[in-house]
Structure formats: structure tokens, C-alpha cells
Ligand binder design. Structure first.
Ligand code: PGA
Length: 253
């Protein structure tokens, strides 16, 4: 049985004041939603603060990115050991904004996944196609190559420790969500890709959906057989909306 996970990706948002208010408002929800895991991913600058704020609640804290190198002359980067210092449990890897704006390749994403695994941090491997790729029939090939880059450089066994987030690029921040059927189709495709290597691991891998998840559409998305929760951007900044999404995941169990 896969345990649902709802993760808030705060992106480049937040402030000391706003984070405190948001976590304060989410604590009750996280306490109530015992059948799921709830996590938030603040900016690096606020990881310490949010970790402290979450210390007496079940809310997990994740980072939004990480360097594939251990340490040294990598100005502006943050290492896995630094995240471990703060006991950060998750790290988003290969978010489409990292791939598109900062040119992260499949190989770079795979290197980051491997580094996170080596250091005992759960990588949340983000994959997804653009609208053009979907319309030109390349969707499956794109997603397969994104997953295969990690399969080839790690191994199928690594997927016992990896969370996958399917985030169609055309649905991120656009208000346009994949239909539950579209999400299910891709989630099943990803799970089948893994199952070709190891059916047991495939059946246990958590696959989140991300892309304009909100309080109104979460329940129908989470009702799909292969959708194990959500990676939530915009709606994760609003306590009432994120709470409603967590409750929808809890109700789906
Ligand atoms: P969104 O972002 O929910 O605002 O579409 C999702 C994400 O980028 O993870």
C-alpha cells in the first residue's frame, strides 16, 4: 500500500513572517491527516526556520534543488550534506523550471538524484512534457527518457527510495490541470516502465501529480489508481487551499 504524499513547492516565495503564519495554520491539518505524509519545500534561505517551525509537527521539510557535487568551488550552490545538517528529508530534482530556465539536462538531473540517494535524502524526480511535445505525440518518449536517465545511471533498486512527480509543463502555474484520466494514463505509463525492470518496486513507487492542483480538483486526481498524491505550487501558499488538498488525499485512502 502506497502512502499518499502531498508536497508544497513554495518556489521563490515566502518571508519569515509569511512562513510562520502558513506553518502555524497547517499544523492542525497535518495532525488530522494521519494517513498521509505532508511536506513543504521552502527556499533554501528559510529551511532552518521552517525546520524549526515544523519540529513539533508531522510536517516534513524538503529542499527545492541541490548540487550534484559534494563541496568546493560551486558558488551559489547547496550540497546534500548541508541539507542533511538540517535533517532535510526530501529534495526536488529536475523541476521543469530548473530544466527550462537553468538548462538542467537529464544527465545533470540523474547526477543529482544519485547524490541525494548516496546521502540518504529522498529525491523527488520531476518529469513531464511540454505542450508541443504532447501535441506532436512525443509525450511518452520524453517522459521515458527522463526516467531512463535515472534508471540507467542508478538502477531499478534506487526507485525504492525515489519519489516521482509527473508534472506536465503546460499545467504548471497555468490554472490548466491535466484531467484525472490524462494524469492516470501517464502515471500508469511510468509505473509500467519501472515494472519492466521490477514489478514489486514499481508497485511501491510513489508517483505524485503536479500542475495546477487545487482545492477543487485534488479529490478527483487523487482518486485515480496510480496517483499517490500531489506536488502543489501556487495553492500550497494558501493555508486553506493546501489544507483542503491534504484532506482530499487523506480521504482518498
Ligand atoms: P502549480 O505548480 O501547482 O502552481 O501549477 C506545481 C509545481 O511547479 O510543482
Amino acid at each position: 500500500m502506497r502512502r499518499p504524499l502531498v508536497m508544497g513547492n513554495w518556489k521563490m516565495n515566502g518571508s519569515l513572517l509569511a512562513n510562520k503564519a502558513l506553518i502555524g495554520a497547517l499544523e492542525v491539518t497535518a495532525d488530522d491527516c494521519k494517513a498521509i505524509d505532508v511536506a513543504v519545500c521552502p527556499s533554501f534561505v528559510y529551511l532552518s526556520q521552517v525546520t524549526e517551525l515544523c519540529s513539533s509537527s508531522p510536517i516534513h521539510v524538503g529542499a527545492q534543488n541541490m548540487c550534484d557535487q559534494d563541496k568546493g568551488a560551486f558558488t551559489g550552490e547547496v550540497s546534500a550534506d548541508m541539507l542533511r545538517d538540517l535533517e532535510i528529508g526530501f529534495v526536488l530534482v529536475g523541476h521543469s523550471e530548473r530544466r527550462a530556465i537553468y538548462s538542467e539536462s537529464d544527465a545533470m538531473v540523474a547526477a543529482k538524484v544519485n547524490k541525494a540517494l548516496e546521502k540518504g535524502i529522498v529525491p523527488v524526480l520531476c518529469v513531464g512534457e511540454t505542450l508541443e511535445e504532447r501535441q506532436s505525440g512525443e509525450m511518452q518518449a520524453v517522459i521515458e527518457s527522463q526516467v531512463r536517465a535515472v534508471l540507467d545511471s542508478a538502477s531499478i533498486a534506487a526507485f525504492a527510495q525515489i519519489v516521482i512527480a509527473y508534472e506536465p509543463v503546460w499545467a504548471i502555474g497555468t490554472g490548466e490541470t491535466a484531467t484525472p484520466e490524462q494524469a492516470q494514463e501517464v502515471h500508469a505509463f511510468i509505473r509500467n516502465l519501472l515494472a519492466e525492470h521490477d514489478a514489486k518496486i514499481a508497485s511501491r513507487t510513489t508517483i505524485l501529480y503536479g500542475g495546477s492542483v487545487n482545492a477543487g480538483n485534488a479529490a478527483e486526481l487523487f482518486a485515480m489508481a496510480d496517483v499517490d498524491g500531489g506536488l502543489v505550487g501556487g495553492a500550497s501558499l494558501k493555508a486553506a487551499d493546501f489544507s483542503a488538498i491534504c484532506q482530499a488525499a487523506q480521504a482518498s485512502v
